[in-house]
Design a protein around this ligand. Structure first.
Ligand SMILES: Nc1ncnc2c1ncn2[C@@H]1O[C@H](COP(=O)(O)OP(=O)(O)O)[C@@H](O)[C@H]1O
Ligand SMILES: [Mg+2]
Length: 244
């Protein structure tokens, strides 16, 4: 939860004052013009960045350092090239000193869940962009965070693969019951995935409009695009967003 949160980098005010409550178990999507503080918002939740003023609370507690309850997935992939898929996914479990047998079990389950079975021993250079992104998701899945933070994770994928990843992500969200905060610049993606869409204003970014997406679940991300309600939501977001 954010309460009157402000982030300044020297003379530049990147964010705020922002007040926003993320609901447990929801899929919250965040859109806004580039540089409006979307990544900053995620960094605050992850605890890798401290607010200049105001508060950031996670489960009622002030976030004052790296937040162990979140998994962070960014657009860039941080796979270690000299480690196999399985060894990359195991990495955070090694940091957390999870016992080897338990780690192996979780890694195998995560690999199955993201559909990478058969690629356990492959190296990152042998994988496509979509597969690498799945490795990043599996890596997070394996330690089962209560909250997933995703920063434009599918930005580099082609449209077809992106739709496919949406289907997988929706399944994962249902299965894990975790909270998702998902940043994107794609309004279609924001509507198709979200329970609510937060529109950030231009810098200094703050939530200027929150749109509840009242479309039934499970959603068919493809059929959805032809739904008249989808078009109406798109229009509302388009009108709310500052275009620079
Ligand atoms: N570590 C930093 N030091 C200085 N300025 C930063 C830093 N991180 C972000 N900014 C600035 O803060 C603003 C918001 O950044 P960011 O949250 O990355 O925007 P977005 O993700 O919406 O594109 C930008 O103007 C960016 O240049
Ligand atoms: Mg960003």
């Amino acid at each position: 939860m954010f309460h009157e949160t402000v982030v300044r980098f020297g003379a530049l005010t990147a964010m705020g004052p922002t007040s926003l409550a993320v609901r447990a178990g929801e899929f919250l999507t965040v859109v806004g013009p580039s540089g409006c503080g979307k990544s900053t918002l995620l960094n605050l939740i992850a605890g890798t960045l401290q607010a200049s003023s105001g508060q950031v609370l996670y489960d009622g507690r002030t976030v004052s350092g790296p937040n162990p309850h979140v998994g962070y997935i960014t657009q860039k992939n941080y796979c270690l090239p000299w480690r196999t898929v399985a060894a990359n996914i195991r990495l955070p479990l090694e940091f957390r000193r999870v016992q080897r047998a338990e780690a192996e079990r979780r890694v195998a389950a995560a690999i199955r869940q993201v559909g990478l079975s058969g690629f356990e021993h492959a190296y990152p250079r042998q994988l496509s962009g979509g597969m690498l992104q799945r490795v990043m998701i599996a890596r997070t899945l394996a330690y089962g965070p209560a909250t997933y933070l995703m920063d434009e994770p599918f930005g580099s994928l082609d449209a077809q693969l992106r739709l496919h990843m949406h289907v997988e992500l929706m399944r994962l969200w249902r299965e894990t019951g975790s909270t998702f905060v998902f940043v994107t610049h794609d309004l279609h993606e924001a509507i198709a995935l979200g329970d609510r869409v937060v529109v950030m204003s231009g810098r200094p970014g703050r939530p200027k409009f929150i749109l509840g997406i009242d479309l039934p679940r499970p959603r068919d991300v493809v059929a959805l695009q032809g739904d008249p309600r989808f078009g109406a939501y798109f229009r509302q977001l388009w009108d709310a967003i500052d275009v620079h």
